[in-house]
Design a protein around this ligand. Structure first.
Ligand code: HEC
Length: 99
């Protein structure tokens, strides 16, 4: 597979999120077990470290920003590598709701 330097395409990311089971807890535009991806994008819109913060949350899990339910870690079992987690983070950050 050839990897272009440009960001992975949105449909690739949607597919990856689908196959990793992200959508069992997340939706693009409404809260499920976890926050809506559009809400995450909005919350971190002005944070210059957003991509790294979300990458870390995806790899190592996270708790306490949105409530008491934890986000599971995706690194330990080798589900996602750091590159994929960063691509997913950037994709989520691109899902800002249109005003
Ligand atoms: C078992 C349910 C569950 C699954 C599966 C899940 N999440 Fe989450 N996710 C959550 C919850 C709950 C939170 C809120 C955590 C918190 O309050 O800090 C969250 C938070 C997040 C955040 C925001 C972290 C932050 O620092 O604000 C991102 C980004 C995210 N999830 C991405 C993903 C991606 C990508 C996947 C699939 C690879 C995924 N999630 C799978 C439940 C889940």
């Amino acid at each position: 597979m050839v990897r272009v330097a440009a960001a992975a395409s949105a449909s690739d990311m949607q597919q990856l999120a689908q196959s990793e089971g992200c959508f069992s807890c997340h939706a693009i535009d409404h809260k499920k077990v976890g926050p809506a991806y559009s809400a995450i994008a909005q919350r971190y819109a002005n944070n210059p470290h957003a991509a790294a913060i979300l990458q870390d949350a995806i790899l190592n899990g996270h708790q306490g920003t949105w409530g008491v339910i934890p986000m599971p870690a995706y690194a330990p079992d080798g589900y996602l590598n750091p590159h994929q987690a960063l691509d997913l983070a950037k994709w989520i950050l691109s899902l800002k709701p249109t005003p």
